[in-house]
Write a protein that binds this ligand. Structure first.
Ligand SMILES: [Zn+2]
Length: 342
């Protein structure tokens, strides 16, 4: 990447209200059949245009074609029954009715590759594509088949690797795995979580990223954050091992979070997507507030490895707020870029 401080978002952006109900996770589609296919593509076009207008350097699909960042991928796999639902505790935080693993999991055909090709056809800018990580996938399911979190994670890692290779062939520049579960299950992350992630990126030539956050700005997450105390040191548990992994980029939550910035030192050498936009607040950051976070991060990450980003996805926000935050991110990065080049 030649651009200094290339900006991107963690992934999701709000969908237009004609496509699905705003500010709702797992919101049902408002269109059907061919109109839905066309509607998703139009939403992707709008989402891309808004990123470009805000000066975002590494663009994404804004996850306009997915209902949810984990579930939509799983829906396309064999071995998971979406009718047979069980209630499980997600990330030790909230109960949700989830589908069941009823047989061997497999990917019958590519899931997002056509969408990625479509995005590729619309822009020459670098593209980042988000996939759920193995540990976050198993945490969003009831497993009545393997009955082993680790075993199921390895199976998903193989499937993710197939999808990632196809995405790379479609022209994706950075493949990102979303692993909010890495902030919760530290022992498992160190025992096999990072290893399964490395299985998912095996053989890839494109860049790879892992996104580890404190979740969307939904109530279950903001309530959980209140229990974490003055300093959030979760990253400290997993960074040493992550630093030694083959993952190129680590995407983190930094704006308005209580994560001590010096923890970034523990992944020295990695590229860091520094979250400089709080997705749990409707308040639009000023460009100066964004610049401030980036300047602090620069103490612990070399300028050529700093990628300004959002803390997490912005799907649950209004489009107006998300647009304002995108603009603030672009403008804030430009302030620091000018300082570095001066
Ligand atoms: Zn996130």
């Amino acid at each position: 990447m030649k651009t200094l401080l290339p900006t991107s978002t963690a992934g999701s952006l709000p969908k237009p209200s004609w496509l699905s109900e705003p500010k709702t996770l797992w919101s049902p589609w408002k269109l059907e059949g061919a109109a839905l296919v066309e509607g998703k593509q139009d939403a992707l076009r709008v989402s891309l245009a808004e990123q470009q207008l805000a000066g975002i350097d590494i663009v994404s699909d804004g996850e306009q074609t997915r209902q949810h960042f984990v579930t939509t991928f799983i829906e396309h796999l064999d071995g998971v029954d979406f009718e047979k639902r069980e209630t499980v505790r997600i990330r030790d935080r909230y109960d949700a009715s989830v589908p069941s693993v009823v047989g061997a999991v497999a990917r019958a055909k590519p899931v997002f590759v056509e969408d990625a090709k479509f995005l590729r056809s619309l822009t020459k800018a670098p593209i980042k594509w988000a996939l759920p990580g193995p540990m976050t996938m198993i945490d969003t399911l009831y497993d009545g088949h393997y009955q082993s979190r680790e075993k199921l994670a390895w199976e998903f890692a193989k499937i993710l690797n197939q999808e990632a290779r196809d995405l790379e062939a479609a022209g994706v520049d950075i493949i990102q795995f979303d692993e909010p579960a890495f902030n919760v299950f530290f022992d498992e992350v160190n025992d096999w979580g990072i290893a399964t992630l490395e299985r998912a990126i095996e053989g890839l030539n494109c860049e790879t990223a892992v996104h580890i956050c404190y979740g969307y700005g939904i109530k279950a997450n903001t309530d959980w954050k209140k229990t974490l105390g003055q300093e959030w040191r979760q990253y400290e548990e997993i960074f040493p091992k992550l630093q030694k992994s083959n993952i190129d980029i680590v995407s983190l939550e930094c704006q308005n979070s209580r994560v001590p910035m010096d923890l970034i030192e523990l992944i020295r050498g990695k590229k860091v997507m520094v979250g400089a936009i709080d997705v749990a607040s409707e308040t639009i950051e000023t460009p100066d507030a964004v610049a401030d976070v980036l300047r602090k991060a620069l103490q612990f990450v070399d300028a050529d490895k700093l990628y300004p980003c959002t803390n997490c996805g912005m799907a649950p926000l209004s489009r107006e707020v998300a647009r304002g935050k995108l603009n603030a991110l672009g403008a804030g990065a430009q302030i620091v870029r000018n300082e570095l080049l001066a």
